[in-house]
Design a protein around this ligand. Structure first.
Ligand SMILES: C=CC1=C(C)c2cc3[nH]c(cc4nc(cc5[nH]c(cc1n2)c(C)c5CCC(=O)O)C(CCC(=O)O)=C4C)c(C)c3C=C
Ligand SMILES: [Fe+2]
Length: 374
């Protein structure tokens, strides 16, 4: 997909490239792209450890090429003329992968199925899976091209179980870089752990010498398809919408004052002595301070898959969150949100999955090699 000599230079958007090789897989701390595909695949009957290893090697080689903006052999030309456009490919392993490959003894304890939450309305056909791919790019054709190439490379070994497509704001759409908004109109992502935080790596990545050893540099991803009940949400006043979250809609600032980056003051009281941030406000219930320090890196995509028969949008958030251990990240926070989050009245969790995402591959190595050949 490299431009011909003498052709006009690609814009920054097209030319942006992320490395595939490194300590961690791409697509975790890389800025969320405009277009995202999340895909789960199941291993074919009869596909075992050797076939799985071959597939992970093929995917790793292909991902490295695509992310560098190079066309794979037998290309479909869909991304011809485009640069890598910030493409990332992330590869994960689900609970069933370890049974199919006779590696159950190496399955991380952290991959135990997530608890059932009382408000869940999960569709098994759009949940779980043996393998997972996350493809993100700032160009829709680049993203589709990579997705299709990865699917073709799996033929005979693994078949698609479910696929979800999402989006974020395009780079350059706002006058200055800003935290993205979700489909409820809220500034979403403000109080995420930052790579500059002292405990960032500890929260997000499995340490060297962690358990199991082959997951060093890896992370666990929780994926939830959360439909937003937008007809109900949009009927509510802006003041009430702000009480539900605990932040201002216009700029994401806490209701306790300041600007978007000002810490939320959970202790603040109003003239009547009541809490400024309501007891069931989303930011109070989900904050690390009220969850024994539990935290996760949220890197979601919005989705819109048309309209349901009643005319309501089938739209919401492909909630994707990353943590070194789901029991110190998603699970305790979701348990608390499930019991007492003001936002619950406006959302429905419809699909769920948890994957182990191994550490990044070194040059010449493939993702998961330390598990499959360790
Ligand atoms: C289990 C984890 C979480 C789920 C599920 C979840 C769903 C969800 N969240 C929003 C909108 C916002 N969330 C915000 C903050 C926030 N959310 C979570 C966790 C889950 N959210 C955390 C840990 C935090 C940070 C809390 C803090 O420390 O302050 C915000 C505020 C802005 C921000 O910090 O990002 C918004 C807005 C929606 C719409 C949603 C489901 C559709
Ligand atoms: Fe949230």
């Amino acid at each position: 997909a490299v431009a011909a000599p003498g052709a006009p230079a690609l814009t920054t958007l097209g030319a942006t490239a992320h490395p595939f090789h490194g300590a961690h897989q791409p697509g975790i701390t890389t800025p969320a792209q405009t277009h995202g595909h999340l895909v789960a695949l199941d291993l074919a009957p009869g596909a075992g450890r050797r076939e799985a290893a071959d597939l992970l090697r093929r995917w790793s080689t292909l991902a490295a090429r695509l992310m560098a903006g190079e066309a794979p052999p037998d290309d479909t030309d869909v991304a011809r003329d485009a640069g890598p456009a910030a493409l990332t490919v992330t590869i994960g392993l689900g609970h069933g992968f370890f049974d199919a490959t006779d590696l159950a003894a190496a399955r991380p304890a952290a991959l135990a199925p997530l608890p059932v939450f009382s408000n869940d309305a999960l569709d098994p056909a759009r949940s779980d899976g043996d393998l997972w791919l996350q493809v993100g790019a700032d160009d829709a054709l680049v993203a589709f091209h990579a997705l299709r190439a990865l699917q073709r490379a799996a033929a005979g070994t693994a078949a698609v179980r479910w696929q979800m497509t999402g989006f974020n704001r395009s780079p350059g759409a706002t006058a200055r870089p800003m935290t993205s908004r979700n489909l409820m109109g809220q500034v979403d992502g403000t109080n995420n752990p930052k790579p500059t935080d002292e405990d960032f790596d500890q929260r997000v990545f499995v340490p060297e010498g962690g358990d199991p050893g082959w997951m060093a540099g890896g992370s666990y991803v929780v994926v939830r398809r959360i439909r937003m009940l937008l007809d109900d949400w949009e009927r509510v006043s802006e003041a009430e919408q702000e009480r539900v979250i605990g932040r201002r809609k216009s700029d994401g600032a806490p209701l306790t004052g300041g600007d978007e980056t000002t810490p939320v003051d959970l202790e603040a009281t109003d003239a009547d002595g009541g809490p400024v941030i309501a007891a069931n406000a989303h930011v109070r219930v989900s904050a690390p301070e009220t969850n024994g320090g539990a935290a996760m890196l949220r890197r979601p995509f919005s989705f819109h898959d048309g309209f349901l028969d009643d005319g309501s949008p089938d739209a919401g958030l492909l909630f994707v969150c990353w943590q070194a251990d789901p029991l110190r990240g998603f699970v305790p926070v979701q348990r608390k949100l499930d019991r007492g989050d003001a936002l619950s009245a406006f959302v429905k969790h419809e699909a769920s999955a948890l994957f182990a995402v191994p550490g990044g591959a070194a040059e010449g190595e493939y993702v998961g090699q330390r598990l499959l050949e360790g």
